[in-house]
Design a protein around this ligand. Structure first.
Ligand SMILES: Nc1nc2c(ncn2[C@@H]2O[C@H](COP(=O)(O)OP(=O)(O)OP(=O)(O)O)[C@@H](O)[C@H]2O)c(=O)[nH]1
Ligand SMILES: [Ca+2]
Length: 536
């Protein structure tokens, strides 16, 4: 075939390949009129199709006969962890897992809470361990038995036990150690301890920034935490101020160093603060603005009018029952707020640091964004506030609640028991006195987010402790995209499908690349069709 002639006449950049076809009329499109079907070269298409079919068959076989058939037994790369959080109002057990291959944490294997807390065993400390048994049974239902012996269990007690005399603390912990040794999980006696408030704050900071994806990133982009617990308040955030050693924590994640201020303010937790305030009011040691109506009775501005006080015990301390019958409910938000502020500022005159915002304890100026958790969250949720709500909204809601008559409040909130409903006058006033009057957060500042979780990650300091315990190098902590996108039950299968799709695309493009682009053209000189290759 004359290449040059064929080329100039038909299309100069075509290399004709010789094939017999039928004549073409003038008006016909070069490609129409179904020329006699040319016998295509089977090898040019069959390869990618065969490859793809093989791949899909293999994957289906894998999934049907291997993956799906195998018992739901976690891979050996999975490590379980059980952590008991010994809080002042209750003890809760958390079961977590961590896959050392995918860096993937599973936080929602379950948690269970039992009230009251360990500190309520101060009067009979040797029974404290028995309070853990139901919690341990719960954990054993979550961890496969084959993993129990390798699963570490730790008890970390917080403010509730910090308030108890050290001798009693040890008796309570020994009773717990006895039960934990016999639990079937892996346990060592020094894994049952009262952790420092500073550690508690650091663990909470870790889980918050892990959940926000800022752990391992720029320190100035991290988020601080303020946790209002039952017996203590934790404040932890990155500070660029020089910090006295007792308040300073340095954390390294990968090549990033975080200089943290971290402190736990004991007695400032909401439950203990409320009990302390009412104790002071009932003994007449607290000069509130409102005068008592008759001798021997005192106004309680933090309880809505019509609420009847009764004899109360204070969990977590050795104190005997307090007689609150001398109190008369006189719900008044601003008076409750100023009474709360008096509590928070108690001892400020003894401040020996550059700045003390709570009592006489050092705290640098708050900087950046904060997540306010636990009671901050519960109270904001009760008043229906948005996550990033202004304190001014809480102030208005608190004023209305405190000023409402108790009988009306009970009708409006039938599902809540009296003690739960009562706390919202004090908690709203206490939070404004804490965050605005003491820490200086303005009433219209959006820096504060009220939350107890970020997406599906609970902001439990226990989780932060497990994260530290499970991973040596935290900067790998943030899970890779593949482990966050793919659900836990089929990472392998989904990645195989992703792989096969990729291979199919590669196979297709190879076939396209190798398969010559052919055109059917009519060679006038020869009076017949030929198929020619298109050059790129
Ligand atoms: N309003 C409200 N408060 C709740 C609810 N559940 C728990 N709380 C309170 O929220 C606080 C829970 O914070 P936690 O940190 O768990 O308290 P804790 O661990 O027992 O106390 P600490 O030892 O100080 O940490 C406690 O003051 C509880 O009384 C709830 O559903 N509603
Ligand atoms: Ca707590």
């Amino acid at each position: 075939m004359r290449r040059s002639h064929a080329r100039t006449r038909i299309n100069s950049n075509m290399d004709p390949i010789k094939l017999h076809t039928r004549p073409l009329t003038r008006s016909t499109n070069l490609f129409s009129r179904n020329p006699k079907p040319t016998k295509s070269n089977p090898s040019s298409f069959a390869i990618p199709i065969a490859l793809t079919a093989t791949l899909i068959t293999l994957i289906s076989c894998y999934y049907v006969f291997i993956h799906a058939a195998k018992p739901s037994f976690p891979p050996s790369s999975v490590k379980y962890g059980v952590l008991l959080d010994g809080g002042s109002t209750g003890t809760r057990i958390h079961v977590f897992s961590y896959d050392t291959e995918t860096n993937h944490f599973d936080f929602d294997l379950g948690s269970m809470r039992l009230n009251p807390g360990l500190s309520s065993y101060a009067v009979n400390p040797t029974n404290a361990g028995d309070s853990l048994k139901d919690l341990l049974d719960f954990a054993k239902r979550k961890v496969p038995p084959a993993f129990w012996a390798d699963t570490e269990i730790r008890l970390m007690a917080t403010a509730g036990l910090r308030l108890v005399d050290v001798v009693v603390q040890d008796k309570i912990l020994d009773s717990c150690r006895r039960v934990l040794r016999a639990s079937g999980f892996r346990f060592a006696d020094d894994w049952a301890t009262v952790i420092t408030g500073s550690d508690e704050g650091v663990y909470a900071w870790i889980v918050a920034n892990y959940a926000l994806g800022t752990l391992g990133g720029d320190p100035s982009e991290t988020t601080g935490i303020i946790e209002l617990g039952g017996a203590s308040v934790q404040v932890t955030f990155v500070s660029d101020e020089p910090l006295p050693q007792e308040f300073s924590r340095t954390l390294k994640f990968g090549n990033v160093t975080y200089n943290l201020y971290s402190h736990s303010f004991l007695h400032f937790g909401q439950n203990v603060a409320f009990e302390t305030l009412r104790e002071l009011l009932s003994s007449g040691d607290f000069n509130t603005a409102a005068e008592s109506l008759q001798k021997g009775t005192y106004i309680d501005p933090c309880s809505p009018k019509g609420y009847l006080h009764h004899v109360e015990s204070s969990p977590g301390s050795l104190a005997a029952k307090i007689d609150l019958s001398t109190l008369q409910a006189g719900g008044n938000f601003s008076e409750c707020r100023s009474a709360a502020l008096t509590l928070l500022q108690n001892g400020k005159e003894k401040c020996s640091y550059k700045s003390c915002y709570l009592g006489s304890t050092f705290m640098p100026k708050l900087r950046g964004k904060f997540l306010a958790t636990e009671n901050f969250f519960h109270t904001s949720k009760f008043f229906g506030l948005r996550q990033r709500a202004f304190l001014s909204h809480l102030l208005m809601a608190g004023e209305q609640f405190c000023g409402e008559d108790w009988s009306k409040l009970k009708k409006k909130h039938r599902s809540l028991d009296d003690e739960d409903l009562l706390r919202y006058c004090f908690s709203s006033a206490y939070i404004v006195a804490l965050l605005h009057d003491s820490l200086g957060i303005s009433l219209d500042d959006e820096r504060i987010g009220f939350a107890n979780q970020v997406e599906n990650i609970p902001l439990d300091w226990a989780l932060g402790a497990f994260i530290l315990q499970s991973t040596a190098v935290l900067d790998e902590l943030h899970p890779s995209w593949i482990s966050t996108i793919i659900s836990d039950d089929s990472p392998t299968l989904l990645s195989l499908i992703a792989l096969s799709i990729m291979l199919m695309v590669i196979a297709w493009s190879i076939s396209k690349w190798r398969k010559p682009q052919l055109k059917t053209i009519y060679d006038l000189e020869k009076g017949r069709y030929i198929i020619s290759r298109v050059n790129r």
